[in-house]
Ligand binder design. Structure first.
Ligand SMILES: [Zn+2]
Length: 457
């Protein structure tokens, strides 16, 4: 049911983006941003293992990123490669992201170094003599006396130290765009920045949309999915090129927290944890000319493969795996989450309305207790993870004539006073309705609309 019911709204998006020839054409890769992590007052991780370099991550990332920039400029002279910093300065991650967006980047590569927790251990370094006492007593009553008898014992002496980190190697991180709306929010907030290269259909298509509309949201979601796929593609190539150097390639990982710089850029982005700065071997490697150059060359080789892949797709090369992946991501973006499907949806109210244009205002019903909800309209998410308050949150929906139109309240939590309750004030231009909905982690609550009277306003 889920799979063959293609939402009409996605259909509209698909028409604009996918059906028009050239609409999905990828841009030529012309601008790459290389970011040296940390800097200035922010040292990043520090090599702390005894006897090693005590190097700072901010210096390692600067040295490596300079080599990455130089290598990309050498091997891809037609591509503009720009660093976020070339000196030891502090940059807020949001500033870094803004800089990358402002420079018109189409690919964002962050250079970092990892560190891991060190285990404490002890070792015996010798012995020492310790005086202890044994006591005897003489006399009785008030004459009772305690007599100490000293004796010597030999006790071991331990030294405590940190074990060198065993973990070493390079790992690549990408932002888990499909799991959250953060990247979406950035995309929506920066909607006007989409037209990076004027006149290109891909970007101008987005500019026609209001990103707060349902269609705009769906488009933004597709856009985010595309960033993620391309990010993943580059990350996979970097991992592969690192493996070729013989060093441990720890794979491609996705996460949402701690990589704000990735989620704030309007372009595919990866973060390379080049090595563990508190592993003695890795610390030496990422501080060495040879190691830094090897990493730079591996990243460059990966970017070249990435560039070839996306640009070949441009020329209509049929069946590029990426194109398939993008289509799959678009389908997934349109699909409702499994959690939504696994809950029972209870129909609370059937509303007969006179217009297809419906305005909905969403409030917390009763005491405001931090209820967080999402709202789905015909299985498309129209409200994403919103805390309900006494102030209404307004959104609009467009009923589809001749179809079952269903608005579903989905509880993201239960608030402090379960269940999760919402008041929806619904207007169709003529009439006003108040509907109280209650949902929990097993049940969704729904309103079904029946369109009566004029089908189109
Ligand atoms: Zn870092």
């Amino acid at each position: 049911m889920l799979k063959n019911k293609v939402p009409v709204l996605i259909g509209i998006a698909a028409f604009n983006l996918l059906m028009l020839p050239g609409a999905v054409a990828q841009k030529k890769l012309t601008t790459i941003i290389v970011d040296a992590g940390h800097g200035g007052s922010d040292n990043g991780a520090v090599g702390v293992y005894e006897g090693t370099l005590h190097s700072k991550e901010k210096d390692v990332t600067l040295a490596i990123s300079k080599k990455v920039v130089a290598e990309l400029q050498k091997q891809l002279p037609d591509v503009k490669t720009l660093p976020t910093r070339t000196t030891d300065v502090f940059q807020d991650v949001r500033d870094k992201a803004k800089l990358a967006n402002d420079m018109g980047g189409q690919l964002f590569i962050c250079i970092h170094a990892d560190s891991g927790p060190l285990k404490r251990a002890s070792r015996k370094i010798g012995t020492r003599e310790e005086t202890r006492y044994r006591y005897t007593y003489t006399g009785k009553g008030k004459k009772r006396k305690k007599i100490p008898h000293p004796y010597t014992v030999t006790v071991p002496v331990y030294e405590y130290y940190l074990l060198p980190l065993q973990r070493k190697g390079t790992s690549i991180w990408i932002f888990a765009a499909h799991k959250t709306s953060d990247k979406l929010k950035t995309i929506m907030e920066n909607g006007e920045d989409f037209d990076i290269t004027a006149g290109e259909s891909e970007d101008s298509a987005y500019n026609q949309f209001d990103f707060n509309s349902v269609v705009g949201r769906q488009l933004a979601q597709i856009y985010a999915s595309r960033f993620q796929l391309k990010s993943n593609l580059l990350a996979t190539y970097v991992d592969d090129e690192i493996a070729k150097t013989g060093r441990p390639a720890l794979g491609v990982n996705q996460r949402q927290v701690g990589i704000r710089v990735l989620q704030s850029t309007n372009m595919p982005a990866i973060l390379v944890e080049t090595g563990f700065i508190n592993n003695p071997e890795d610390e030496r490697y990422i501080n060495s000319e040879k190691g830094q150059q090897e990493i730079a060359e591996a990243i460059t080789a990966a970017v070249i493969r990435y560039k070839q892949n996306i640009e070949t797709m441009n020329k209509g090369n049929s069946n590029a795996q990426l194109e398939k992946d993008i289509q799959k991501a678009e389908k997934d973006a349109a699909a409702t989450p499994a959690a939504y499907e696994s809950r029972t949806t209870k129909e609370v109210k059937v509303l007969e309305v006179k217009s297809s244009k419906i305005r909905v205002e969403l409030f917390d019903d009763g005491e405001v207790d931090n209820d967080v909800v999402s709202v789905y309209f015909n299985k498309n998410k129209v409200v994403d993870n919103r805390s309900l308050t006494a102030n209404g949150y307004v959104f609009n929906i467009d009923l589809e004539p001749g179809k079952t139109n269903e608005l579903v309240l989905y509880a993201e939590n239960l608030g402090s006073i379960p269940p999760n309750t919402a008041l929806m004030v619904i207007t169709d231009g003529t009439n006003r309705y108040e509907v109280r909905l209650s949902s929990d982690l097993k049940n969704n609550a729904s309103i079904r609309f029946e369109l009566k009277g004029p089908k189109r306003p």
